[in-house]
Design a protein around this ligand. Structure first.
Ligand SMILES: *[C@@H]1O[C@H](CO)[C@@H](O)[C@H](O)[C@H]1NC(C)=O
Ligand SMILES: *[C@@H]1O[C@H](CO)[C@@H](O)[C@H](O)[C@H]1NC(C)=O
Ligand SMILES: *[C@@H]1O[C@H](CO)[C@@H](O)[C@H](O)[C@H]1NC(C)=O
Ligand SMILES: *[C@@H]1O[C@H](CO)[C@@H](O)[C@H](O)[C@H]1NC(C)=O
Ligand SMILES: *[C@@H]1O[C@H](CO)[C@@H](O)[C@H](O)[C@H]1NC(C)=O
Ligand SMILES: *[C@@H]1O[C@H](CO)[C@@H](O)[C@H](O)[C@H]1NC(C)=O
Ligand SMILES: *[C@@H]1O[C@H](CO)[C@@H](O)[C@H](O)[C@H]1NC(C)=O
Ligand SMILES: *[C@@H]1O[C@H](CO)[C@@H](O)[C@H](O)[C@H]1NC(C)=O
Ligand SMILES: [Zn+2]
Length: 474
């Protein structure tokens, strides 16, 4: 009878304890997924039951303004740093750094030179400095040594690894003895097919359906592994895609001699490095060359692009109108779908959905900036953000109220003020929890002590006293 009483007591104490403290002590976990080139409106064109499911039980932001240039590497690095490309240094998929006399090129995966990445400290490093573990599955930059560090667990980039294998590894990392609290998962489609087919092509429909199935697979696996209710799943992308055509071609060789400059970058926004003494001639020849080509001197690039203050941005930037392609000559290749254009074009915008304990349910928000994701991630993980260009205040309405909160880390980013009033509600609930928990524990203790005085079992009394103590003073 005594041992039964003890079991009941232990169980109830443990329950009270865990209910009272679970929200405070459970580490929040995040799985950030990028489906490369998933345009914001793809979910409206074919049935996407799994995306719908996340929206209904989570949050949805309809318009995400990503960063210029709207290409893969600059935007993926912005998502994990909160910085504009001019500040994080990955200003394009293809770059030339005159200080280093080095090129960076996605085409032949010449991306492993650490110095290109080290203007910023990405979130996995900050997370690890804070004592946590990160798992990175082929997210751009995560297999590069940055500031002498790699993610705690990562896989070197390998396009051939299936989505299922990537998911399996990420789940394994969440379940390790030293588990991760942050996972970054990258998948190449629908970008690849979007380039090849063009987004207007009806053949894109099955491609989008396939991504929805992949998301369904991910949800199913998380449920199977009992991670679905504890992991905050964020589904986003780096950019959208727009339709191009063979009629909308700007051929540079018609206007300038290819021997007079270096052409850097492959997006519809191209960087031009004139050879010595050729700047004025090149600028004059390109400016007004074609009605669908905008030509900027570096210092005249519009402020709204936040794309000016970096030495890797070349002296002349040329930008095609939506759907137009800039090539060197008629034998150069062009694609039926492309991105990289002005980040004001809605076709360039990615999607954003999230589900999990940190997020509200069944709500949508009209707009956000992709730079705001970084402070949101740091806030959920409770790690101090590095200086950044986003704002937590712009996205905190997405958060449920159970996210553990201390005073936000204004130390590093005093410009991003956070309205603390919602947390007052939360801490009131917290103290009520502690109070009620304590009352229950005290009542049980009294009953128990009364019981003990009858049964005279000092050893049990000692043990229970140890366990009960922290409850009473907490
Ligand atoms: C830059 O590197 C190339 C080889 O990659 C070399 O030919 C060239 O001389 C270097 N330029 C400068 C200014 O060091
Ligand atoms: C890439 O992944 C595929 C499929 O898992 C594997 O067969 C191949 O050996 C990997 N390549 C490298 C370089 O690791
Ligand atoms: C291309 O230029 C023409 C002439 O200025 C203009 O009418 C058209 O709208 C431009 N196309 C785009 C996509 O901006
Ligand atoms: C055409 O442009 C490509 C680069 O896109 C270049 O490699 C090729 O030499 C050029 N061809 C001619 C005939 O200029
Ligand atoms: C989500 O909200 C819609 C109305 O906005 C409602 O019809 C639906 O039942 C809600 N779903 C859940 C799961 O609460
Ligand atoms: C995006 O950032 C700009 C510049 O900081 C700001 O003016 C705008 O309000 C932000 N948009 C949203 C939706 O928060
Ligand atoms: C973006 O943030 C960085 C780091 O705080 C800062 O140096 C830079 O001036 C910011 N850019 C803008 C446009 O505010
Ligand atoms: C903070 O938010 C509350 C309600 O959400 C509002 O009443 C209060 O004025 C806000 N305070 C500041 C400083 O913005
Ligand atoms: Zn991309």
């Amino acid at each position: 009878m005594d041992s039964k009483f003890c079991r009941v007591f232990f169980t109830l104490s443990a329950l009270t304890f865990s209910i009272t403290f679970s929200h405070q002590q459970d580490e929040q976990k995040i799985l950030l997924v990028s489906f490369d080139g998933f345009r914001w409106d793809y979910i409206y064109r074919v049935p996407t039951p799994h995306f719908d499911y996340i929206m209904e039980y989570g949050v949805h932001v309809k318009k995400v303004t990503n960063v210029f240039v709207t290409t893969t590497y600059p935007n993926h690095y912005t998502l994990v740093t909160g910085l504009y490309p001019e500040s994080h240094g990955i200003i394009a998929n293809d770059m030339y750094d005159s200080t280093l006399n080095e090129t960076f090129s996605l085409e032949d995966m010449k991306i492993y030179d650490s110095e290109f990445w080290e203007d910023a400290i990405p979130i996995w490093i900050t997370n690890q400095i804070a004592g946590h573990n990160t798992g990175a599955m082929m997210w751009p930059g995560t297999d590069v040594k940055i500031h002498e560090e790699f993610p705690t667990y990562y896989m070197p980039y390998n396009e051939s690894v299936s989505f299922e294998d990537r998911v399996a590894k990420v789940i394994e990392w969440f379940k390790l003895k030293k588990p991760i609290n942050l996972a970054l998962l990258y998948w190449e489609d629908p970008d690849e097919m979007g380039h090849n087919l063009g987004p207007d092509n009806p053949l894109m429909d099955p491609v989008i359906s396939d991504i929805d199935s992949k998301l369904g697979y991910l949800i199913k696996e998380l449920m199977k592994e009992k991670l679905w209710n504890t992991v905050n799943l964020i589904i986003t992308s780096d950019h959208g895609m727009t339709q191009c055509s063979g009629e909308k071609i700007i051929e540079l060789d018609q206007y300038v001699n290819p021997n007079d400059y270096f052409l850097i970058d492959h997006s519809p926004v191209r960087a031009i490095l004139p050879k010595k003494g050729k700047f004025d001639m090149i600028y004059a020849a390109l400016n007004n060359a074609h009605p669908n080509l905008t030509v900027y001197k570096k210092e005249d690039i519009p402020e709204r692009f936040h794309y000016k203050h970096h030495h890797r941005i070349q002296p002349i930037l040329i930008m095609a109108d939506k759907g137009w392609t800039i090539i060197q000559n008629r034998s150069s290749t062009f694609m039926l779908g492309n991105h990289g254009y002005d980040n004001e074009f809605s076709d360039m915008h990615p999607l954003f959905l999230a589900h999990g304990p940190a997020f509200k349910k069944n709500i949508s928000k009209d707009s956000m900036n992709s730079t705001d994701l970084y402070p949101l991630l740091c806030h959920i993980l409770d790690i101090p953000p590095m200086p950044h260009n986003g704002s937590l205040a712009n996205v905190e309405e997405l958060l449920s109220e159970i996210v553990p909160i201390e005073i936000p880390h204004s130390r590093t980013t005093p410009q991003n003020d956070v309205n603390l009033s919602i947390y007052k509600v939360q801490s009131y609930a917290y103290f009520m929890g502690v109070f009620l928990g304590s009352v229950i524990v005290i009542v049980f203790l009294l009953v128990f002590l009364k019981h003990l005085t009858h049964s005279q079992m000092p050893t049990i009394q000692e043990r229970n006293a140890e366990i009960a103590q922290p409850l009473l003073w907490s």
